[in-house]
Write a protein that binds this ligand. Structure first.
Ligand SMILES: *Cc1c(COP(=O)(O)O)cnc(C)c1O
Length: 428
């Protein structure tokens, strides 16, 4: 597999290089040189396969012979150990539940596949994973790499801006997992990570590697569950499918669009955001004008400078698709709450992120279409807000219950690169 840097098309790398480097020169994102396509017959056959077999085929179409098919299948099998069921919510709407993994959020798919791939290609060379999280990536990355030999993981998150339970989920592991609460918002954490990756000396000293949604392996892994969703739908729905994606950094949407580019029949996508609405304002014909990030109920989407957006634009350019065919919506916190209550009345308990996607879908779905919204996190992951909004108590899933009483092991730092650097290099 060949990839190029979106900021400098002359920088061309292999899949292994893209995975180990994370970002290219000038913080450019890597993008696939070839965009494989399956025929309709291929797709029909693939939809009959089991999740792991089909996913290996999809990933192998991109990755090519850099990893043998048998090895790739083993990595996929080790990563995708949990299902992605479609739950019917209304006659014409279903939720693709992506939260049945160890950290109860969709980021388990990308995080676990990335960990497997990285461990596979690094062999015995030590690596340091540095990533910023607004909540869920951190947990997924921490659990995916926990205990893997030769891997040190450092995770930055905005202090006080993620839910207490989310924090417990990944800041209590210890071992090869170090967590840092940064005084600042998610964009500040992301900026620190970018600075570290611009620091050649640090990069070499630590074998730095990023594991957030910019890593191409995460993105490729996420393509697979769009296929898994379609495989569960009846033929009528497959032909009229609209998918609504709750979006923050736009990795999930990028993966969905890549699934479509492979030939998966998806009529239309809707990019749904909270009040951090840089993309909806841009798609409405405005300028690219990020505002300061605001805190919302759907905190994993509190991102005003979505870092995967250049990939979305590149894909539209390459496929000669029109950006104005991409649906979009902004859903504020009051509407999110009201929508969670509506879903509850329909017999479906949801959380703020998925509710945003459902709202956008319900508002934009036409007669005769079938709509899927992505359930990106388990409602219990946002227990504090969900219980107040729905006025009911939620049982804590085992994964969370087991961690809730453990001591937090986080370090605390200001949003200052020099101090982060010292922290990263201690003991070196
Ligand atoms: C990360 C996250 C999102 C946003 O996904 P992106 O790929 O960053 O757009 C949505 N919902 C939840 C629960 C998340 O953790």
């Amino acid at each position: 597999m060949k990839l190029y840097n979106l900021k400098d098309h002359n920088e061309q790398v292999s899949f292994s290089q893209a995975v180990t480097q994370g970002l290219g020169r000038n913080q450019g994102l890597f993008f696939p040189h070839e965009l494989p396509e399956f025929s309709l017959t291929d797709i029909d056959e693939m939809l009959e396969m089991d999740f792991v077999t089909r996913s290996s085929k999809i990933l192998s179409a991109f990755i090519g012979d850099e990893i043998s098919e048998a090895q790739l299948a083993a990595l996929v099998k080790a990563a995708f150990t949990f299902p992605a069921p479609v739950k019917p919510v209304e006659s014409d709407v279903g939720c693709l539940e992506l939260f049945h993994g160890p950290t109860l959020a969709f980021k388990d798919f990308g995080g676990r596949f990335m960990a497997q791939v990285l461990a596979h290609i690094s062999g015995d060379k030590p690596v340091t994973i540095l990533t910023a999280t607004s909540g869920d990536t951190g947990a997924a990355v921490a659990h995916a790499f926990f205990g893997l030999p030769n891997v040190r993981v450092v995770i930055l998150y905005p202090e006080g801006k993620i839910s207490p339970l989310q924090e417990k989920l990944f800041c209590t592991l210890g071992g090869n997992i170090e967590t840092v609460a940064v005084k600042g918002d998610f964009d500040a954490c992301q900026a620190l990570v970018k600075q570290a990756f611009d620091d050649e000396e640090l990069k070499v000293a630590l074998g730095l590697n990023s594991a957030n949604s910019i890593n191409i392996s995460r993105l490729l892994a996420q393509i697979c569950y769009y296929f898994e969703a379609v495989a569960q739908l009846p033929q009528e729905a497959r032909n009229q499918l609209v998918v609504s994606v709750p979006s923050g950094n736009f990795g999930d949407l990028t993966a969905g669009l890549l699934a479509k580019s492979l030939g998966l029949p998806i009529k239309r996508f809707i990019a749904a955001t909270n009040a951090n609405d840089t993309v909806p304002r841009y798609l409405a014909g405005g300028e690219w004008a990020p505002n300061a990030t605001v805190a919302t109920l759907s905190n994993a989407m509190d991102v005003s400078q979505p870092n995967n957006w250049p990939r979305v634009e590149e894909l539209f350019r390459r496929k000669i698709w029109r950006l104005n065919e991409l649906g979009y919506a902004t859903v504020d916190d009051d509407t999110t709450k009201a929508t969670m209550r509506t879903l509850d009345e329909l017999g479906y308990v949801s959380e703020p992120h998925a509710a945003i996607a459902y709202r956008a879908l319900r508002d934009q779905l036409h007669n005769g279409e079938y709509g899927l919204f992505l359930g990106t996190a388990h409602p219990a992951k946002f227990k504090e807000s969900v219980e107040v909004i729905l006025d009911k108590t939620l049982p804590l899933p085992e994964e969370l219950a087991a961690r809730a009483d453990l001591e937090l092991l986080s370090h605390f730092l200001p949003a200052d690169y020099a101090q982060l650097r010292t922290f990263m290099l201690r003991g070196k």
